[in-house]
Design a protein around this ligand. Structure first.
Ligand code: KG4
Ligand code: ZN
Length: 357
């Protein structure tokens, strides 16, 4: 089974091909990606209309590139998958339209994939894939969730943010510090030269006793601190960046450990753009070594949005016999708001989980 995956939910156009047999971890055959970061930088954030138009320009050349890398022609494909949601409606429609047209022309099935399921399963393409069950910490620009994952389609929400996402906290704080867009990587780079203990920033909900997150107050605290510093901010920027990063990472690590304790599981998967954060990785590695559990990440290139995770999620769902809800022939829609629980399968059907575990 060879599946093409198309990702166009936000500001990355990604196309990839994976090959899957009835069991075992699917293999990535080819992948191509275009990031729109440079285009949106002037605006300080993603401009949805520009994003959609750029996806249109990129998606077919990227499809050709991914197929060329895989050494395959379009006719070798057995299915076409695309991100059906959540994300920007216009951007999603580009991938959905192209996927449906391609599948119709080739006479193969088309599969709408949940973007977060893609992130969640992306570590299966790494050199050190996890085994089910595990706790997943999903940390992206739009989402911060802890899930219990018992198999493909077997997801239980343990906790989530009640306001901003972790990536949003990075991005908004970076904006306060004048670091441009996207702020996460820039703030993290600057933080390496600063002192994380230089400022006492809040760790919202750290001791709330549940697995929920809140980051909106942190951004306000960073803004207040920056205003208080006034002209002195310039010289203290690295310190404030380091303190901000430390506050966000402290909360993420604390809650991830609490989720492992609460479930009794010994594997943690970290997925989504913030999973690229170096301090987060260091802190989790220390805790894992101390407490005797394992942490898994996707390959660095698959941490942020990409087509491979979409093709992979489609392949792993196919392995457990779970297709996506069929649209009427020739008709399709996208789901800009779409809870992950909506793609959960009933326990019995998913027990023969993918990857043979
Ligand atoms: O998963 P992703 O590529 O897109 C979404 O689906 O949202 O995540 C993007 C988010 C942005 O907020 C970005 O600032 C953040 O991930 N990010 C980072 C780092 N790299 C990306 N945040 C902190 N440290 C990083 N190294
Ligand atoms: Zn994402």
């Amino acid at each position: 089974m060879r599946i093409l995956g198309i990702e166009s939910s936000c500001d990355e156009t990604g196309v990839a091909v994976v090959e899957a047999s009835a069991s075992g971890v699917p293999r990535l055959l080819g992948a191509a990606l275009h990031s729109q970061v440079a285009m949106h930088r002037d605006y300080g954030g993603v401009v949805p209309e520009l994003a959609s138009r750029d996806h249109i320009r990129r998606v077919l050349p990227l499809t050709e590139a991914a197929l060329a890398q895989a050494g395959l022609s379009l006719h070798a494909l057995d299915a076409v998958a695309y991100t059906r949601g959540p994300g920007l409606a216009g951007a999603l429609l580009v991938g959905a339209g192209v996927a449906h047209a391609m599948a119709l022309a080739l006479g193969v099935p088309v599969v709408g994939v949940h973007h977060l399921e893609g992130h969640l399963l992306s570590p299966f393409l790494s050199a050190d894939p996890p085994a089910f069950p595990f706790v997943a910490l999903l940390v992206s620009g739009g989402h911060t969730q802890l899930m219990r994952v018992d198999g493909v389609g077997r997801y239980t929400l343990l906790g989530e943010t009640i306001d901003d996402a972790a990536g949003e906290a990075f991005d908004k704080s970076a904006k306060v510090l004048g670091l441009g867009y996207p702020g996460g990587p820039a703030l993290s780079r600057l933080a390496q030269q600063g002192d994380p203990a230089a400022f006492a920033l809040p760790r919202p909900l750290l001791h709330s006793g549940d697995l929920d997150f809140s980051f909106a107050g942190l951004k306000t605290a960073v803004l207040t601190q920056a205003r208080k510093l006034g002209p002195a901010l310039e010289a203290r920027k690295a310190d404030l960046a380091a303190a901000t990063e430390a506050a966000i990472v402290d909360v993420l690590v604390h809650k991830a450990l609490a989720a492992l304790r609460a479930t009794g599981l010994t594997r943690l998967v970290v997925a989504g753009g913030v999973g690229a954060n170096r301090r987060l990785r260091e802190r989790l590695a220390q805790a894992a070594q101390r407490d005797g559990w394992r942490v898994h990440y996707p390959e660095v290139a698959l941490c942020t949005d990409n087509g491979a995770m979409i093709a992979l999620a489609a392949a792993m769902r196919w392995q457990v016999g779970a297709g996506s809800a069929a649209d009427a022939p020739g008709a399709f829609d996208v789901l800009p708001r779409w809870p992950l629980e909506a793609v959960a399968l009933d326990g019995a059907r998913a027990t023969a989980s993918a990857a043979g575990r």
